[in-house]
Design a protein around this ligand. Structure first.
Ligand code: TMP
Ligand code: ASP
Length: 241
């Protein structure tokens, strides 16, 4: 067995090689960043919690026919995943207005969005992950028009499944960010993670606009009890999913 080689270290995960060139190991870290890493910190047990939540959700999505990069979870913070070529787009789905949508449009926090909004951001830290228009998407040619359409449809399908699952957990799925990759044969698969780092999740049992927040907004906005929120999402998902 050759030693795993570190291939890439991102803000929340480290990717290692394995003996199989088609399989990588993704290590989830406790490190937390916000605002393009202008704010940095740690969230205790985040690596394990996000890896466990992502594992459950990826498994669930696979059984529902959504292909993902997930293969297995050999350790609580480690996922074996298919090697993919990541498409440099962040695909955001919104069911309720929050975050950058409120800041950029003036919509009030929590405004219902029907049908859900799908937005494409350019995954490029140097440029600050800008929102792309359809014309800019075509111009940059980061994916073909057919692939963009497929990403949009997959994102909406994933949204519907996640909403069903999270409703059982008494959690409102406000919005979330997905990343996709391409297998060698061109198949698009869901990659990265689905966790309180990448979703906005509100506790259905709470009306208070701060107390209901069960996601990374607690870290972004210094709301406190960040670890408790992540643990709460994990507990509910392990009970229900
Ligand atoms: P936004 O409202 O800041 O555009 O975020 C939309 C969703 O995407 C929200 O659920 C948080 C998630 N997100 C990430 O996962 N990574 C990021 O870098 C950003 C900016 C947002
Ligand atoms: N992942 C992003 C970063 O640090 C920010 C965020 O999730 O808000 O840069």
């Amino acid at each position: 067995m050759s030693q795993p080689r570190k291939l890439y270290e991102g803000k929340a995960k480290i990717l290692y090689s394995t003996d199989d060139p088609e399989i990588l190991l993704s290590e989830f870290k406790d490190d937390a960043t916000a605002f393009n890493a202008a704010k940095r910190g740690q969230i205790a047990r985040k690596g394990e919690i996000n890896c466990t939540i992502s594992t459950r959700l990826f498994q669930q999505l696979e059984t529902l026919g959504v292909p993902t990069h997930w293969i297995e979870t050999p350790q609580p913070t480690q996922m074996r995943v298919k090697r993919v070529q990541i498409i440099p787009l962040e695909v955001v789905v919104r069911n309720l207005a929050a975050g950058s949508l409120c800041r950029q449009t003036g919509l009030s926090l929590g405004t219902p969005i029907t049908p859900p909004l799908v937005e494409f951001f350019y995954k490029n830290d140097e440029l600050g992950d800008p929102l792309l228009t359809d014309d800019r998407l075509r111009l940059l040619n980061l994916a073909t028009p057919e692939e963009i359409e497929q990403l949009r449809e997959m994102a909406l399908t994933i949204n519907a499944h996640l909403q069903t699952v999270l409703t059982r957990c008494q959690i409102t799925l406000v919005d979330f960010k997905l990343e996709f990759g391409k297998l060698a044969d061109g198949t698009l698969v869901l990659a990265d993670e689905i966790s309180p780092d990448t979703c906005r999740l509100w506790d259905c049992l709470e009306d208070d606009p701060q107390r209901r927040v069960l996601d990374k907004d607690r870290f972004r906005q210094d709301l406190g009890h960040v670890e408790d929120a992540y643990e709460q999402v994990l507990t509910r998902i392990l009970e229900q999913v």
